[in-house]
Design a binder for this molecule. Structure first.
Ligand code: RB5
Length: 147
């Protein structure tokens, strides 16, 4: 299951991503928003992040104007590694090296075509593990106040 969410700034990108997920028969849960009316991104970021933290969803995609507010908010939830990406290289590397579990995109930064391209890379790139697993584990230690 892929958890998706947006605010008004990311609404168009989320719709394009939904279309991609439907085309590829990838199950998803949409945590809103459902119109282009202005909304606060915090509650939506929290809902998507908790869906991953509690095991309901494997990964998430959050869209706002820049991707930044969503990422800052989502990263406050334990176990979340949310990454703002604007290009193919960072998207591939944040999966391979950081085992990122939420992709954050900006509707005022990239277009719908790029959002779909980055979604495809994000969902199809595995974590490299090895030395990167040690580094990701250290992030968890920081989160737990052990470092
Ligand atoms: C909304 O205007 C905008 O602040 C929001 O979408 C996001 O870019 C915040 O980081």
């Amino acid at each position: 299951m892929i958890a998706i969410g947006c605010d008004h700034g990311g609404f168009a990108l989320k719709n394009a991503i939904k279309h991609y997920l439907e085309e590829h028969n990838i199950p998803y849960r949409d945590f809103g928003c459902m119109t282009e009316e202005s909304v606060n991104y915090g509650p939506i970021a929290a809902a998507v992040a908790h869906s991953i933290a509690n095991g309901e969803s494997e990964r998430g995609i959050l869209c706002c104007g820049t991707g930044i507010g969503m990422s800052i908010a989502a990263n406050k939830v334990k176990g979340i590694r949310a990454s703002v990406c604007t290009n193919e290289f960072c998207t591939e590397m944040t999966r391979r090296h950081n085992d990122s579990n939420i992709l954050c995109l900006g509707g005022r930064v990239i277009d719908e075509e790029m959002a779909v391209k980055l979604t495809d890379i994000y969902l199809n790139t595995p974590f490299d593990g090895g030395r990167h697993a040690v580094r990701v584990q250290q992030i968890t230690q920081i989160e737990n106040g052990e470092m």
